[in-house]
Design a protein around this ligand. Structure first.
Ligand code: NAP
Length: 334
């Protein structure tokens, strides 16, 4: 299914699909069906994380699909991530081995440090440990350079074909790069038409780091509950940050007879930015991958670039309720 223009080449020479299925906020039968629908629709990348607690379901769905179709394992690009409780000596090896067990794989194609913010672990399963007052057990001593050295070990051991980071800012990337023997292949960050991060894009381009954009639709399932019901203050004009409702995105979609979601994804892959939309809906899963038969014009790309809201477009930032107290950590990136 995958052809020219659907991949980006990583610094290791490995080809990474530009589009994959995001697997957060799904589990059980729903996730299993989503992974199967995605692979059937031609996706060749799945993005999961130890933090999501669903690697077992992903692994089982993958195993069944490979068996049914006779597709070799090497044709699928599997991404998972080091949890925030594993940011210490031996953490990456220990947690990657646990992920591989769950995924039923010998290696992952890409292993990412999920976040620069480390937590003090209570055990191996509580990925968001809290103290008696309910505050996250942050590990203020998190040392991203030594974490990266541990990541290099799992790459050298062949447990991960590529290693990278997620949610790191430019300063943190610089720090890692200045001390690395294996350079990060990928930076996975929140990025979409409302949060385009041109400086991060430019820095990564210069450093030969491929960007994967998460939340390409602004993660509406997580952040917008009222927009469609009419109770949202933006009245559906996109002012709430729900980028799927943006008027320019909608105009471009209408002119190509495609959906706003397809515009948002095409906007990214056309710039060689990989992306991992999440959907549990088989029709939308297939539609989100149907972005290879058209091209946005230069004028359309420029018009979409003007929709950037800068930091105001960030949803997973300091105002995200989930990050209460987490933003006090010395390595909080935003
Ligand atoms: N590294 C990190 O820290 C990090 C953080 C967040 C996310 N991620 C990764 O990135 C992936 C994607 O991010 P995300 O899930 O937060 O946000 P997203 O992909 O921007 O949005 C997902 C939401 O959009 C809806 N949707 C999907 N396709 C659609 C379409 N064609 N039209 C309209 N709505 C559509 C989905 O609903 P339905 O399911 O009902 O279709 C879901 O509610 C995650 O699954 C995860 O793998 C990584």
């Amino acid at each position: 299914m995958s052809g020219r223009g659907r991949h980006v080449v990583l610094r290791t020479g490995q080809h990474m699909p530009l589009l994959g299925l995001g697997c957060s906020q799904m589990g059980g039968e729903e996730l299993s069906a989503a992974v199967t629908a995605a692979l059937d629709a031609g996706y060749r990348l799945v993005d999961t994380a130890y933090f999501y607690g669903n690697e077992g379901v992903v692994g089982e769905a993958l195993r069944r699909w490979l068996g049914r179709t006779g597709t070799p394992r090497e044709d699928i690009f599997v991404v998972t991530k080091l949890p925030n409780i594993g940011m210490h000596t031996g953490g990456p090896e220990k947690f990657l081995k646990k992920s591989l067990d769950q995924l039923r794989l010998d290696y992952v194609d890409l292993y990412l440090v999920h976040t620069p913010v480390g937590y003090k672990a209570k055990n191996d399963t509580d990925v968001f440990p809290r103290d008696d007052q309910g505050y996250p057990c942050l590990d203020d001593a998190t040392d991203i350079i030594s974490v990266w050295k541990e990541m290099e070990k799992v790459a050298k051991a062949g447990l991960a074909k590529n290693i990278g980071v997620s949610n790191f800012n430019i300063k943190q990337l610089r720090k890692v790069i200045a001390n690395a023997t294996i350079l990060p292949a990928v930076l996975q960050v929140e990025l979409n038409v409302y949060l385009q991060q041109p400086q991060v894009q430019e820095y990564c381009r210069r450093q030969n780091i491929v960007i994967t954009a998460y939340a390409p639709f602004g993660s509406p399932g997580r952040f917008n509950t009222g927009c469609k019901s009419g109770s949202c203050p933006c009245d559906g004009d996109g002012g709430c940050g729900w980028v799927l409702e943006d008027p320019v995105v909608r105009l471009v979609a209408e002119s190509h007879s495609i959906t706003p979601a397809q515009v948002l994804l095409r906007f990214l892959v056309q710039q060689n930015i990989a992306t991992i939309p999440k959907s549990a809906n088989p029709t939308r899963i297939a539609q989100n991958n149907d972005i290879w038969g058209f091209k946005l014009t230069e004028t359309e790309m420029e018009a979409l670039k003007t929709r950037d809201k800068g930091e105001a477009g960030r949803r997973f930032g300091p105002n995200y309720a989930y990050y209460q107290r987490v933003r006090d950590h010395p390595e909080f990136p935003h």
